[in-house]
Design a protein around this ligand. Structure first.
Ligand code: 13P
Length: 224
């Protein structure tokens, strides 16, 4: 992919977030790993007005170049890409149900086996910190240990992927899981699948490439 293709694909992903109903207005942001750092969406710009030249190029030391200021959340994008060699895309949005849970500071537990697609027995909620700060980035990094998604207290969600489609897919999964969890909670506390069952689920998912996002790389074919 050329640099321009990547920038266009990032804008397309942002438009897909809006079309999928997981974001609104100028909320949310997307970054993609490059050889020298990252490409990131600009701050406070409507996605339907964004051109490839508006995407901002950044180095890992926080220097940037371009026509526009990088997303106010460039710190957590930069820090996640630096810490997580297993992912190349960071996507942040304020999807309604995930954010409603985050406003209650509730992680998503293993009330449903699909929680395992984020990599473990829960999707953690990071404590609140002011947007755009190093404190928020530090909280996100901790909540994302061994996970491909987390909630951000009183803020939104972060989803990670090896590519743009995978990160978008994860964000939609997180939103769907949050929606189902809230509906279950409206009737009562749903039972939680125990850790030994989630261990079977996670093992099964890995062996079957189950819950793999479109265009994600499957693991090498194993015994099953
Ligand atoms: P930016 O427009 O600066 O990317 O901020 C949007 C947002 O969601 C902040 O968390």
């Amino acid at each position: 992919m050329t640099d321009t293709d990547t920038r266009s694909a990032m804008i397309e992903t942002c438009l897909k977030m809006t079309a999928a109903g997981i974001n609104q207005g100028t909320a949310g942001n997307v970054s993609v790993r490059t050889e020298s750092g990252l490409l990131i969406t600009p701050s406070s710009m409507p996605y339907d007005q964004m051109c490839p030249e508006d995407i901002v190029e950044m180095s890992l030391d926080g220097q940037w170049s371009g026509n526009r200021r990088p997303s106010s959340e460039w710190r957590f994008h930069r820090d996640i890409l630096a810490a997580r060699k297993d992912v190349s895309v960071v996507l942040h949005c304020h999807s309604v149900h995930a954010t409603a849970l985050a406003c209650l500071h509730r992680s998503i537990p293993s009330y449903h086996y699909m929680v395992g697609v984020a990599g473990g027995t829960d999707i953690r909620c990071a404590p609140y910190a002011t947007f755009g700060t190093q404190a928020l980035s530090d909280a996100a990094i901790t909540a994302l240990v061994d996970r491909k998604a987390c909630l951000l207290g009183q803020h939104g969600q972060i989803s990670l992927g090896k590519n743009l489609d995978a990160a978008l897919w994860m964000a939609i999964e997180v939103e769907t899981l949050a929606d189902m969890y809230l509906r279950a909670l409206s009737v009562g506390e749903p039972p939680i699948l125990p850790d030994d069952e989630m261990a079977r689920v996670l093992d099964q998912m890995q062996r079957m490439d189950y819950g793999l996002a479109p265009n994600d790389e499957p693991a090498p074919v194993g015994a099953d």
